[in-house]
Design a protein around this ligand. Structure first.
Ligand SMILES: Nc1ncnc2c1ncn2[C@@H]1O[C@H](COP(=O)(O)OP(=O)(O)OP(=O)(O)O)[C@@H](O)[C@H]1O
Length: 655
């Protein structure tokens, strides 16, 4: 069967493709697209990345950025308030220093004692240092808190997205939003916000005092600063765009690298290391170019700010000096004014810098927001009622079927139906086999039963109750899945088997290990159940992985067990053993088995034949042999042998 892409799995067969022509991701309107020859592209819904730098259409002004920061920092207002108070106190202490310095200079000019004034100056300096650093620490800690909140929210969201969202977005790119984008955002929230708050307060205080000391000199300083502000403002949008593009390129680096690492054996066998390296390299180049562009823009910004700083100083020095010489002001006034000029211009330059940094952070924030807007699975019952239709009865059973599909229609894409009227039922304690040619929709049936997707029409029913009424949680509690992918995650064998029931008692674990014929594996591995199986269960064989998945499924004690190709990785001895296990299991629960081997099918109580998304026959082996041409054909060829047509990606299993 053809598996659907694993969310974080390799997209091995996906071409780089021409620029986006496919259905846009829900988060990514395509308007307002800046031309980008090398930006990540999408060929369709199965090859997307969550949004792209082109998806805009929002007001992304500095005001919006500040509003966003305000929203992000909700819940941290007390810390911010305290930090602002401390910063204000620190600034006041700092601003008082030039006044004292002026007194000291003037007093020494008059030949008076200056030591007390110098002592006061030192005390002011120390107090300013303490309050300033505590305030800054509070702001930065708040920044870390904001990012932690975002990361937790993102991780939670990413694990709950609708399956369709994973079909459209690349795993590596989604991961990079939790890692690199939030890191960039942390800088904006903690450092830039701190700079913005402290810088603005100090600058405002300096402005007031300068206006009081010498309005004319202030005007000169204001003019030069205004020029710098103009330059900075004109650069902000470009900085934000370049930085956003860089983040997308970094996301694409992660996604492409994951694609290659996830399919390393294939890459090696086909000697494609250089090709894959070049592919990732192209993304690295994109990131580099965007980074260089950001640096270029920032470097234009810096001299503009520097110019304002030095220009103001020069102006103040020359004009102030001339006026002092002309007796229209004291030398002390000039010293104080110069100090204020430095107090104004330095914080202002840090404000400009912070504004640039915030814009960069906003690019990252947009990528985070895109994920936060992707639809998540609902777990509770749906409000909508299902269509009242006669429900299929389980063959040979009076009680409600454990599972029933009733006229199910479904397509991954709106205009490409995959299931076109599937109806069958699985009675409790019965084994039903699902057979059909490749691409008939067998795995898709499993995906619908597991609640990964919802039918476009018709209904899936558990114990006679529609899945939408029960809700996903309740449905999934009833089932366990062992599919061809047999997910084994990095961790110990015990963790993998007990995944469904982490607190399962040892005796239960031993029971399922025995049932799944895993004892020999447990004995062989150093550490037994506590042996660590590598990434994706790499240290286990295919058959062992399959048995681990089976043990896990059995531990969950589901009322319905979905087995996809249960014997595909097993040798004939283990296959015979598993067939016995399946018979035993069917005594306690319902079994739906996708089978390609005649030996598996023969043992089923009921067989459902699927062809191009339709149920074209149902019955026992002999009945179908007599009445169903497709089944006869499949049986004559000993069914379809797994492996003849297998593809790489499989659906994730909740087993
Ligand atoms: N995630 C997906 N997005 C879009 N189309 C998909 C997806 N997964 C499967 N399909 C398509 O749905 C159709 C049915 O696939 P499915 O995997 O259910 O078939 P199958 O009967 O299990 O096949 P096989 O025996 O080869 O595994 C195929 O045409 C396949 O290309």
């Amino acid at each position: 069967m053809t598996g659907r892409p694993v969310p974080d799995g390799p997209a091995t067969d996906r071409p780089a493709g021409p620029p986006a022509t496919g259905r846009p991701a829900p988060d990514g309107p395509t308007a307002d697209a800046p031309a980008s020859p090398g930006r990540p592209t999408r060929t369709g819904p199965r090859n997307g990345s969550a949004g792209s730098p082109e998806s805009s259409g929002e007001d992304r002004s500095t005001r919006t950025a500040l509003r966003t920061l305000h929203r992000l920092t909700a819940g941290h207002r007390r810390a911010i308030g305290l930090a602002v108070l401390l910063t204000l106190a620190g600034s006041a202490l700092g601003l008082a220093q030039p006044l004292v310095a002026r007194q000291a200079v003037d007093a020494s000019g008059r030949g008076q004692v200056v030591w007390p004034l110098l002592g006061l100056l030192g005390a002011l300096f120390a107090a300013e240092a303490v309050t300033g650093s505590v305030g800054r620490f509070l702001l930065e800690r708040m920044g870390e808190g904001v990012v932690r909140q975002l990361r937790l929210g993102l991780v939670d969201r990413l694990l709950r997205l609708e399956m369709r969202a994973y079909d459209r977005h690349r795993g590596g790119d989604l991961v990079s939003r939790v890692t690199t984008d939030t890191t960039l955002l942390r800088e904006a929230v903690s450092q830039a916000l701190a700079d913005l708050v402290t810088g603005s307060i100090v600058a405002a205080g300096a402005l007031l005092l300068m206006a009081w000391l010498d309005p004319f000199l202030l005007l000169l300083v204001a003019l030069t600063v205004a020029v710098a502000a103009g330059v900075v403002t004109s650069l902000l949008k470009a900085i934000r765009c370049a930085s956003e593009r860089m983040q997308y390129a970094i996301g694409a680096v992660a996604a492409d690298l994951e694609r290659a690492l996830g399919a390393l054996p294939m890459v090696r066998v086909h000697r494609a290391e250089a090709r894959e390296s070049a592919r990732v390299g192209a993304r690295v180049e994109e990131a580099h170019d965007a980074g260089v562009r950001t640096a270029k823009l920032a470097s234009v910004m810096s001299p503009a700010v520097e110019l304002a700083v030095q220009g103001s100083f020069l102006l103040v020095l020359v004009v102030g000096g001339l006026r002092a010489g002309g007796r229209s002001g004291s030398l002390g006034d000039l010293v104080a004014f110069l100090l204020y000029a430095s107090y104004l211009v330095l914080p202002l330059s840090s404000v400009f810098h912070a504004v640039g940094q915030i814009q960069r952070g906003m690019g990252a924030h947009r990528r985070v927001e895109q994920v936060m807007r992707l639809p998540v699975e609902s777990t509770g019952p749906a409000v909508a009622r299902v269509r009242a239709r006669p429900r299929p009865k389980a063959p040979g059973a009076g009680e409600q079927p454990a599972l029933a599909l009733d006229g199910v229609h479904f397509g991954y894409e709106p205009h490409r139906p995959v299931l076109r009227g599937v109806s069958f039922a699985v009675a409790p304690r019965r084994q039903v086999a699902l057979v059909g040619p490749s691409g008939a929709g067998k795995s898709t049936v499993f995906a619908l039963v597991a609640g990964f997707y919802e039918p476009d029409a018709g209904a899936v029913l558990f114990d006679g109750r529609p899945a939408v009424e029960l809700g996903r949680d309740a449905c999934r509690r009833r089932i366990a899945v062992v599919d061809q992918n047999t997910h084994v995650v990095h961790g110990t064998l015990r963790e993998n088997i007990a995944y469904a029931v982490p607190d399962a008692p040892e005796t239960e674990l031993r029971r399922v290990v025995e049932l799944a014929r895993l004892e020999e594996v447990v004995d062989r591995l150093p550490g037994g159940l506590d042996a660590v199986v590598g990434e994706r269960g790499g240290t286990l064989s295919g058959g062992e992985r399959q048995r681990v998945a089976l043990a896990r499924a059995l531990l969950a004690r589901p009322s319905l067990l979905l087995l996809d190709e249960p014997t595909s990785h097993l040798d004939s001895i283990n296959e015979a053993a598993l067939t016995t296990v399946m018979k035993d299991m069917a005594r306690e629960r319902a079994l739906l088995v996708v089978a390609h081997r005649l030996s598996t099918v023969r043992h089923a109580d009921h067989i459902v034949v699927l062809d191009r998304g339709r149920t074209v026959g149902q019955g026992r082996h002999e009945e179908l042999l007599a009445a169903n041409p497709l089944y006869r054909k499949l049986a004559a060829s000993q069914m379809l042998r797994p492996g003849d047509h297998r593809s790489a990606g499989r659906a994730p299993s909740p087993s």
